[in-house]
Design a protein around this ligand. Structure first.
Ligand SMILES: *[C@@H]1O[C@H](CO)[C@@H](O)[C@H](O)[C@H]1NC(C)=O
Ligand SMILES: *[C@@H]1O[C@H](CO)[C@@H](O)[C@H](O)[C@H]1NC(C)=O
Length: 387
């Protein structure tokens, strides 16, 4: 075989594999499962998490997505119906659409209802929240300004004393580290609006450094509001912003960078994912900001998940939510047949319904994308752990 024939043959094989890869729906591809006893029966612990991406002022689609993901009921004034679920919204509630204020109000009421039901709402600031905070209103529509009572009222709402400004300062963060259980062995997930850059200088200590900078920047902007641009000139960041705060909001910072979504080279992006996962101690890095108008995008064995599908009709109105279900099951070792009397094989008897730290359990994490026409499996991991 000549070298040319060999190349031709290899190219053909790769192309055919590629064709099959594209042709098989994601949910039918066998997922890597770490070798472990299969979990069955009732879990001793279960945590459900739902994450929703950019909403851009579309209150109707926001409610539809939250209902679809089992977070709210379908009434006109929907309430939390998700029990102990954790809901994460990864920012960009505002701009492009008209009804962002209604979405912020809904999130605010869901936050307290969730807390009462043992659940939690985690809210992340997007670049568009910060844009509005610093008076960059380029993506605010005239309809929205009118709907919110005019420019002055809208500024008052977002000021440090306004209902929305206070809510942002108290209950929104620039990034979030979310644990899937209260135990030391819990897998950790990272949520940020844009992409975290492995070489971003203030990545560590994660997430406190980023959140401290985000909070101080937001506070400066809301305490010294500038007249909005347009029609006024763009003022940029607050005058007293530090260089670290400027870095946070720069193109390479977590509000704007798109590297984890846009890097075309799979080997490079997976190397970045490994570095980030190791530095931050997380299992997955989840964010929005860069829309894919067909689906939730997972890369590098779902180490990276990008959940912006352009849910707002200001984009394409593609509805989606990410769901993660994490369970712990007691380990039931198979019976040892004739060896049952062997005094050296101690029987494993689980007598408690509550997980006990230090004991062995099977942990299972299932990651799905939820769409109006069904759910798609993104990843499943199962392994035996010491709690
Ligand atoms: C932040 O959320 C908590 C919990 O729901 C709520 O009690 C509080 O009022 C919120 N803070 C602001 C300023 O909205
Ligand atoms: C994904 O997981 C499979 C099976 O565990 C492993 O062989 C592969 O190297 C992983 N790929 C990446 C990019 O981490």
């Amino acid at each position: 075989m000549t070298r040319q024939q060999l190349y031709l043959g290899l190219t053909l094989v790769v192309t055919i594999c590629g064709l099959f890869y594209v042709a098989i729906p994601r949910s039918e591809i066998p997922q890597p499962v770490r070798k472990a006893p299969s979990s069955s029966g009732r879990p001793v612990f279960e945590q459900r998490l739902v994450a929703v991406g950019d909403l851009h002022g579309d209150f109707e689609n926001a409610k539809t997505v939250l209902h679809m993901a089992g977070i709210i009921d379908s009434s006109a004034n929907p309430t939390w119906s998700a029990g102990s679920t954790i809901l994460v919204q990864t920012g960009d509630i505002v701009d492009r659409g008209t009804y962002a204020w209604d979405i912020y109000r809904l999130m605010q009421s869901l936050r307290s209802e969730a807390a009462g039901a043992g659940g939690k709402v985690v809210s992340i600031l997007g670049n568009h929240e910060v844009m509005n905070a610093i008076g960059d209103w380029r993506y605010v529509t005239p309809d929205e300004i009118k709907y919110n009572g005019g420019t002055e009222q809208r500024m008052r709402d977002m000021s440090a004393d306004g209902w929305l400004g206070k809510e942002w300062l108290a209950n929104y963060s620039s990034t979030a580290l979310v644990a899937l259980s209260p135990y030391p062995s819990a897998p950790l997930l990272s949520f940020t609006h844009g992409s975290l850059r492995p070489s971003y200088s203030n990545l560590l200590p994660y997430p406190d450094k980023i959140n401290d900078l985000g909070r101080s920047l937001l506070s400066k902007a809301l305490h010294a509001q500038v007249p909005p641009h347009p029609p006024n000139p763009y003022a940029g960041l607050p005058r007293d912003a530090t260089s670290e705060e400027a870095d946070l909001y720069a193109g390479g910072g977590p509000f704007w960078w798109r590297g984890l979504a846009e890097m075309g080279n799979e080997a490079t992006v997976c190397k970045w994912a490994e570095v980030l996962k190791r530095k931050m101690g997380v299992r997955r890095i989840i964010g929005g900001h860069t829309p894919n108008f067909e689906k939730i995008v997972d890369r590098c064995n779902a180490s990276i998940i990008i959940i912006d599908t352009g849910i707002s009709r200001a984009y394409g109105g593609v509805l989606s939510a990410l769901e993660i279900v994490y369970t712990l099951h007691s380990v039931h070792h198979p019976k040892h047949g004739g060896h049952r009397q062997d005094p050296f094989v101690a029987p494993t008897v689980m007598t408690s319904d509550e997980p006990i730290p230090g004991q062995r359990y099977v942990e299972r994490e299932e990651v799905h994308a939820i769409y109006p026409n069904g759910r798609k499996l993104i990843a499943v991991e199962e392994q035996e752990i010491t709690l």
